[in-house]
Design a protein around this ligand. Structure first.
Ligand SMILES: Cc1cc2nc3c(=O)[nH]c(=O)nc-3n(C[C@H](O)[C@H](O)[C@H](O)COP(=O)(O)O)c2cc1C
Length: 476
């Protein structure tokens, strides 16, 4: 018997701001991005995503500004580039109220706010949505964010992940261990709402956090929200291997993507998990129309609005590439200016010329997971991503709101459905974790690190930090 075809998971990639990743596009006719501050905007987003049978709306977040390029915050403000930026957790209840099945992924940083209040907020969302939430775990990368929380500079990378690891430890204790499933008795006659014997403190006393508990929220259907993470570093990979259930993966070639996936699975197995306990997602750009030439025309239109300045601000580029000769190499320019190849290293190579970097930005070519064309062509490409690259799903990059999602729903979804590559209906009442991992998987699997706290005795287990503390010169 042949194996069932792998179906595509789709999240609509959002951020509660005007300009998230495709800068300048908010000016395009009919784009609704400037409406992000209206409740009605989020209701429309949610209904549209549910109409398209998407897995979730996925909200990015940052807690500082992109102030490293040019004149401080001026360019970011002009561009609406992740400022103003609303709290992503706050827009979820509005969307949940007008949907039954749609999931929600929200980004929150482990670096600046202690875990107890976040555990409560997330558990509140899980309870209220019937288990439809996921959390994108980030450790934050902006120096400006550090300065918003009383620090002079960013905490070193490895230490951020060590903090994150302990942060997760606290959360698991609260979410998985503090309340038994049958703790809520709700027996009016006996006068017992919750059974005191089934609720316990966690008494966490670690290097970074001291949290007594008990958790303030009774368990939702998932307890721990689905754990998402994007990483490119060795520390991040180790963290993902222990904690993440959905990992954003990159790679410029099929081989590189496959290697990234294989490496992550291998590390997950080293942490006692099964290789298929992780789903792999990529950020994808899809521009669809009924004919190839119409799709390419759409891309051309989008290009006209694209802001190179916005891309440079977002990349936190050390220099304004537009000021230099196109033939010069970036590495040489930086050297002459006495600057290190820092942030620009994320997108460019030192030997690359200024001209080629600018063309790369302006071309709108978004790398390996980018396709422009007819539904047929796009579906061919997606099937390749699923079967050959080995990914499980995408975060759909929005060029135009709501145009990109509308095109995907009207043109691409039916083609994928016809090929057996996309759900034709939601499974009513399933949690977000079940949508990703199958029926009966509402909660973390037993082999996941967080499950060790399910048994009350687990709360007394010795800490098992991922990173040796001696590597840090100073605790935060
Ligand atoms: C698809 C995707 C979405 C991301 N979303 C956010 C975000 O919303 N907020 C944030 O602070 N970082 C975000 N990041 C950055 C990651 O959290 C992470 O810092 C980055 O991938 C580098 O990995 P490292 O931290 O292990 O070095 C995102 C990365 C990717 C690839």
């Amino acid at each position: 018997m042949s194996r069932p075809k792998k179906q595509l998971h789709v999240n609509l990639f959002e951020m509660a701001c005007v300009s998230h990743i495709v800068h300048g596009m908010w000016r395009a006719p009919g784009n609704n991005r400037h409406r992000f501050g209206e409740m009605g905007y989020w209701l429309e987003v949610a209904k549209l995503a549910e109409e398209g049978l998407f897995d979730a709306v996925f909200l990015a977040d940052v807690i500082g500004t992109y102030d490293r390029f040019g004149d401080g915050n001026a360019a970011a403000l002009r561009e609406g580039l992740q400022i103003p930026n609303l709290d992503p957790l706050m827009v979820v209840p509005a969307m949940a109220a007008v949907t039954q099945n749609l999931g929600f992924g929200v980004t929150f940083s482990t670096t600046y706010e202690p875990p107890f209040a976040f555990a409560r907020r997330m558990a509140t969302l899980d309870l209220l949505t019937g288990g439809r939430v996921g959390w994108n775990i980030v450790t934050s990368y902006l120096r400006s964010a550090a300065r918003n929380f009383g620090l002079d500079d960013e905490i070193p990378h490895t230490q951020r992940y060590a903090i994150a690891d302990e942060y997760l430890d606290v959360l698991y204790k609260l979410w998985e261990g503090s309340w038994d499933d049958d703790a809520v008795v709700n027996d009016a006659q006996a006068g017992i709402y919750a059974n005191p014997d089934a609720v316990r403190p966690i008494n966490h006393d670690g290097r970074y956090f001291r949290v007594a508990g008990p958790h303030l929220v009774s368990p939702g259907r998932q307890r721990t929200p689905v754990l998402f993470q994007a990483t490119g570093s060795p520390d991040g990979l180790e963290f993902a291997a222990r904690h993440a259930e959905v990992v954003f993966i990159g790679g410029q070639t099929t081989e590189a993507v496959r290697a990234n996936i294989a490496r992550t699975r291998e590390r997950a197995r080293a942490h006692g998990r099964n290789g298929d306990d992780i789903r792999f997602i990529v950020m994808a750009g899809i521009i669809a129309d009924t004919t190839q030439s119409l799709a390419e025309k759409k891309l051309e239109t989008y290009r006209q609005y694209y802001s190179v300045e916005g891309a440079l601000v977002h990349a936190q580029a050390e220099i304004d590439l537009r000021r230099f000769s196109p033939d010069e190499r970036i590495g040489d320019v930086l050297k002459r200016e006495g600057l290190a190849f820092g942030n620009m290293g994320r997108r460019f190579r030192p030997e690359q010329t200024v001209g080629s970097a600018l063309r790369q930005i302006a071309s709108f070519d978004e790398g390996r997971f980018f396709v422009v064309g007819t539904p047929d062509r796009i579906a061919d490409e997606i099937e390749h991503w699923l079967d050959v690259d080995g990914i499980d799903g995408i975060n759909l990059r929005q060029y135009h709101t709501f145009g990109t999602a509308r095109d995907f729903i009207d043109l691409v979804v039916p083609e994928l459905q016809q090929r057996g590559r996309y759900r034709t209906a939601y499974t009513p009442g399933e949690t977000l974790r079940e949508r990703l991992f199958g029926a009966g998987r509402a909660r973390l699997p037993a082999q996941h690190f967080g499950s060790r706290y399910r048994d009350p005795a687990g709360l007394n287990l010795p800490a098992a930090p991922l990173f040796p503390h001696e590597t840090f010169s100073k605790a935060s």
